[in-house]
Design a binder for this molecule. Structure first.
Ligand SMILES: [Zn+2]
Length: 395
């Protein structure tokens, strides 16, 4: 609420003043779905937003940061990233841009390199990518396993991911491990048995790639059910490569998110709009595989909740930039600039079932991005330009 105050400010309180346009994502606080407040200020204390309102009424705080003329928005929430891996696949990308098609099997290259890497290499790569995310304004991010595909390598991927984020996802069911190429059912037994048992203590979520070349609907259901029995909440890689059962499986399992949703039917959209399952669109993947983009406009018009995420991974989307994803979603998926910013902040938070991030209202985490621009529109209007001037993480 505008002008609302949470207790008294501690000695470490910081006021951010002179904000030309504040995106609160709190419709009660300002204009439109983004809850825009002009000539705004906010006060953060103890890692939380404790006051939001007009600069003219901003209470005194120990530290003041004047950002005159800047737009300020909540830190981006990247709800889909694969950061636990070694090596890159630049040559595969170049070959694809020269005409070779994308296939899920390329994942096996990264599996071999990840298994061969020691913990320090994986930790350094995770740290480098996490730093890239933060520099481009992302303050909450998810990390999946899925490039180990053995009990030990999946367990350590998640253990290292946990050092970087609480939003960790067990994706042993990314593709069938090479040792099980002739026995996919045996691999599903491994994933739902000993691998899950080793990984569950380090994970919040369970995910499965339900698509051509990966896992079918029954296998996906088995993986999600086993994860749920261990207390992991479901999310699904769905309908990236072709029409299929991924979205249905996700909605039936009560998944927080169905990710990709590149190929959807009217029935898929009805399932999504009638559920709490968010459609997480990953424009970097279509960009980097020259695939057709999902019709985000059609989803929004059907009442589906849409999130944007990077899908950062070395094969099909090697970007950490949420501003890039926003720009592509506006240009290629039919989102308005405001819808894309909402999807990259509040939408990502919904896809992670979080209500403490993705908004800047009293009581929310003080994850604050200051743009070198007067409006959120510039994120898509000025593609490829680094507009993130400053990032405050939990104050
Ligand atoms: Zn993915």
């Amino acid at each position: 609420m505008t002008g609302e105050r949470l207790g008294s400010f501690g000695p470490g309180a910081t006021a951010v003043t002179g904000i030309a346009e504040l995106v609160t994502n709190d419709p009660a606080a300002g204009e439109g779905p983004l809850g825009l407040v002009r000539d705004a200020a906010l006060v953060v204390d103890g890692g939380q937003v404790v006051w939001v309102g007009p600069t003219a009424r901003c209470p005194a705080a120990d530290t003041a940061i004047a950002v005159d003329g800047a737009a300020v928005l909540p830190g981006f929430v990247d709800s889909h990233a694969h950061l636990a891996f070694a090596g890159d696949r630049a040559a595969e990308f170049a070959a694809r841009m020269a005409g070779e098609p994308y296939a899920a099997g390329g994942i096996q290259d990264t599996v071999a390199r990840t298994r061969a890497a020691d913990d320090d290499v994986l930790r350094a790569n995770l740290g480098r990518l996490a730093a890239e995310l933060r520099r481009s304004g992302t303050t909450t991010f998810e990390v999946k396993s899925g490039y180990g595909l053995t009990v030990a390598d999946e367990e350590r991927s998640l253990r290292l991911a946990r050092e970087a984020t609480p939003e960790t996802t067990f994706l042993g069911a990314h593709v069938v491990a090479p040792e099980y190429a002739d026995d996919p059912a045996g691999y599903v037994d491994l994933v739902t048995g000993p691998m899950l048992a080793a990984c569950a203590p380090h994970a919040r979520w369970v995910d499965v790639f339900c698509d051509r070349g990966a896992f079918d609907a029954d296998q996906a259901r088995a993986v999600l059910a086993a994860g749920a029995a261990r207390g992991l909440m479901p999310r699904v890689h769905a309908n990236q490569l072709q029409h299929g059962d991924g979205i249905r499986v996700a909605v039936e399992a009560g998944a927080a998110s169905a990710d990709h949703c590149t190929f959807t039917t009217e029935a898929d959209l009805e399932l999504l709009s009638g559920s709490r399952t968010v459609a997480t669109l990953l424009p970097g993947a279509e960009f980097s595989t020259r695939a057709p983009y999902p019709d985000g406009r059609r989803m929004l018009d059907a009442g589906v909740t849409v999130a944007l995420a990077t899908d950062c991974n070395p094969g099909s989307s090697y970007t950490t930039s949420m501003p890039f994803c926003i720009a592509v979603a506006v240009r290629e998926m039919g989102l308005t600039p405001a819808e894309a910013v909402w999807a990259a902040t509040a939408g990502g938070a919904a896809a992670l079932r979080r209500d403490d991030v993705g908004r800047l209202a009293v009581g929310a985490r003080a994850d604050v991005v200051v743009l070198d621009a007067p409006s959120h529109v510039h994120l898509s209007y000025r593609p490829g330009v680094d507009l993130v001037a400053r990032v405050l993480e939990a104050g």
